[in-house]
Design a binder for this molecule. Sequence first.
Ligand code: GUN
Ligand code: ZN
Length: 437
Amino acid sequence: MTQLLLRGRLLSFKRAPLSLTDSESYLYESDGALLIEDGRIIAAGDYASVKEKAPEEIEEIDHRPHLILPGLIDMHLHFPQMQVIASYAGSLLEWLNTYTFHEECRFVESAHAARIASHFYDELIRHGTTTAAAYCTVHKSSADAFFAEALRRGMCMVGGKVMMDRNAPQGLLDTPEMGYDETRAVIAEWHGKGRNHVAITPRFAITSTPAQMKAAQALAEEFPDLFIQTHLSENHEEIRYTCELYPQARDYTDIYAHYGLLGPKTLLGHAIHLSDREADALSEAGSVAVHCPTSNLFLGSGLFPMKALMRREKPVRVAVATDIGGGSSYSMLKTMDEAYKIQQLLGERLNPLESFYLMTRGNAEALGMADDIGTLDAGSAADLVVLNAASTPAMRLRMETITTLPEELFLLQTMGDDRAVVETYVAGKAMKRNAHD
Ligand code: GUN
Ligand code: ZN
C-alpha cells in the first residue's frame, strides 16, 4: 500500500457553473490536501483535516501556492498526426489529402507507431492531460502501440483502430471485413486491459463505404458498451461531398443514425454546421458534439455554436478537445482560450469557470466516467494536474493585480501553456518530471 499526501489549492467541480459567481458549483480549498492510496484519492479537503487522517510517516509534497485540479481530458485527437501539426493547407480536404493521409501510411511500421506513441504520451503529460479519446490509424499495429504505451504508463485512454475503405491512398485502406475483424481483435486484446477503452472508429462517411458502415453497425450492436467516435459536419465542402456519397440520407447526421451509430457513447468531432433537425437528432440520441477550437480556426472550418447548442430546448451534449494534428496545440488551456474567442465572435460569453469545468468534469461526464476521473472526489483516480498561474514573467506580472479565483483561471486559460503545468500525476504517480524533453 503506497500513500501520498499532496498539499495545495484544490479546485474541483460539482456540476456545470451557471455563472461567474456560482461558487456552489465547485469545491475550492485555499489550503487543501489530497490523501492518495494505491493510485486513488481517499480523502480531499482542508489540509488540517486531511492530514489528521494520514499516517505520521507519509510522503508529503507541498505544491503551494499552486492549484491542484483533476487531470485535463482531451476528447478528440489523432496520435499519428504529431508530425502533421503546422501543415500549410487551405481547408480540411486539402489538408487530409496533401499531408495527413500520407503521414498516416507510415504507421504500418510498428516501430514508427511505438516511437510516436511514446512521444504522444510525453506530450499529453507535459500539458497536464491525463485522459484522451484518440484516433489511431487504419493499421492494427498503431492501435497496439497506442494501448501498450497507455498500459505501461497506467493512463486512462480511449482509442480506436480507424476504419476506412475508400477515398484515401491504398496504404491507408482496409475493407469492411478487415475493419470489422481487426477492430474485434483490438477489442479482444486491449479493451478493459489496465485503463484502456476501445472505441469503434469509422473515420467519417467520406472514407467508409455503406458496406463498411454496416460493419461498424454490427460492431456497435455486438459491443453496445463501447464508445463510437467519428467526424461530423466540419467543413462545407466535406458536407457537400458526403451528402453526394449518401444520396438517400436526409443530411450528414442521418447517415450515422441510419447505421445505428448515434447513441450516448458516440463522440462526434467538430459538428460545426448542424441544421436544427440534426441538433435535435444528436440531442435525442444523447450523442456528444466535440468542439475542437484550435483546429476549426487553423483549418478555417467555422465557428462552433457551443453556447447556442447547450441552451437549446433540446440541448446538445458538448465536450472540448485539441484535435491534434488539425489542432495547433496540445494544451487544453490554449484550447479553451480559442474556444472563448470563438464564442466572442458569435456574441456569446464563455466564462473561465465553465472552461475549467469543461476540461475536467464536463469532459468526464461526456465520457460517462465522472465517478473515476474529472474530479477530486474521494474514490476517484488520482489523475491530477498542478497549475501555476505565474509561470512566465508576463503572467507573474499580471498575477500581481489578480484577486479572485475566476480571474486567475482566466489568466491561466488566456496566457497559460505547458509552462503552467508544474506536475501531472497519473494514478498518484508524478509523471511530468519523467517525461522526455
Ligand atoms: N475528418 C476526417 N479525418 C479527419 C482528421 O484526421 N482531422 C480532422 N480535423 N477532420 C477529419
Ligand atoms: Zn479528428
